[in-house]
Design a protein around this ligand. Sequence first.
Ligand SMILES: [Zn+2]
Length: 480
Amino acid sequence: MKYRQVNAIKQEPVKAVLVAIQLLVLFVLSGCGSTPSNFCDVSIRQSDETIIIGHLVKDADGSEYGAILVRDGQILDIGATNDIKSKAPDASVFDCSSSYISPGLINPHEHPDWSGGFPDPMTRPVYSHRDQWRGVAGPEYYAVEFERVEEDVQKFWIEVRHLLSGTTTLAGSGGVAGLIKNAGGRPGDEARYFYLAEMETFPYGFNATEELRGLSCPLAATESRDPRSRFLELEDKPPYVPHIAEGTNCTAEIEGKFYLDYVSKNPGRRYSLIHGVGLSRSDVERLKTLDVTLIWSPRSNVVLYGTTVDIPNALRAGARIAISTDWSYSGSYNLLEEFRCAENIDNAQWDDHLSGSDYWRMATEHGAYSLGVEKLTGKLEQGLAADIMIFRKRTNDPFGDLVSSEVSDVIATFVDGELLSGYSGSFDLSKLPAQCSHRIGQHFICVDYAKDYSFSHEELLSSNKNAVPLFSPDRQASCE
Ligand SMILES: [Zn+2]
């Protein structure tokens, strides 16, 4: 078709000039040419309903073009665009027809109060247990440097970092109320968290080496110890999501065995296990039977211990795997970077065993399951929260596109049906709600600072000049 037009233009020079003028006028009128791909056309109305249109990623089979109807923060319906539009003719509409619409990512292992700083350049993968790099296992081990984040304005920045990468739920102690959904909590402090989950970082005490001292390695078969849990008095105990077997030595292995023994003796609660690097082969095989989700943090494992869990082996044993960043000092700055690290390891060590859809399921439905919220979020499904990530469609493979995404490929993030952040180049910014006027680089965030926070957007920017950046992996720990 195009070839014929060119020929016609050559044969009729006058007509060609007219065509050229017409094209130029169209170019100017449309504002720098045709609509860029992955553009979202927005119309905001006074309505409690929102329609989101695009290529919906509902399951591991791929995507299907359609629309989602959102009301009161929940997915009310999913279907063909015209059907959905006819059901809600007055709804606000985000027409992102050329992009992928996925459930928001769920990161079940961060430390929102300990994730603002750059990795200590002296960090080497020489450790065999976490107590060594923490500086509590003796002076012979180099203690890596890290710092707690004290101010809300800094914690908010960390949450924005995850939000811009499409994350809608972040688990770990700390963080700020609002914005991303926090999962975590301690008795008496539940109100700060959207989802209650017991994120016990050191269930065997601050010095597992000390606590488990006196036990022989390898462990005698009859010995058993229970990890610490702070929610045992509650009838409905929240999911238990502790750091376990974080290392490669026999102490790490014993933790894994003790924890799984404890799980088997105390059913009726959701259990997950963060790290699990030191799990023995036989304990990896117990994960499926005991319904314990392994929360994998490959970058942090490789950076500190020089190895990570054998995921193909765990999958063969039927284990459910979620994926997570851990903190900025040894982990990834966001889940997109964690995908990249996992993919490096998978290609280098496992002959490309894992597929893009494996990572997507780890970061959505399995992440939700690991926190016991799979009936509330983690899928594009009627009745679940409208926690949604829209990302750039480059090919017909949504999972491949997701795994190769940068932060600038994340077009929008919605939490409970509300637009919270996005990529400015994909929107006519004048059409967005007023609270979305806050710019950070090429992105915007939607916040009512005056109503919800004790700081302003300007203070957010000025207070975080030395923090881990929001959209670049600058100085992130290497996954090589
Ligand atoms: Zn951790």
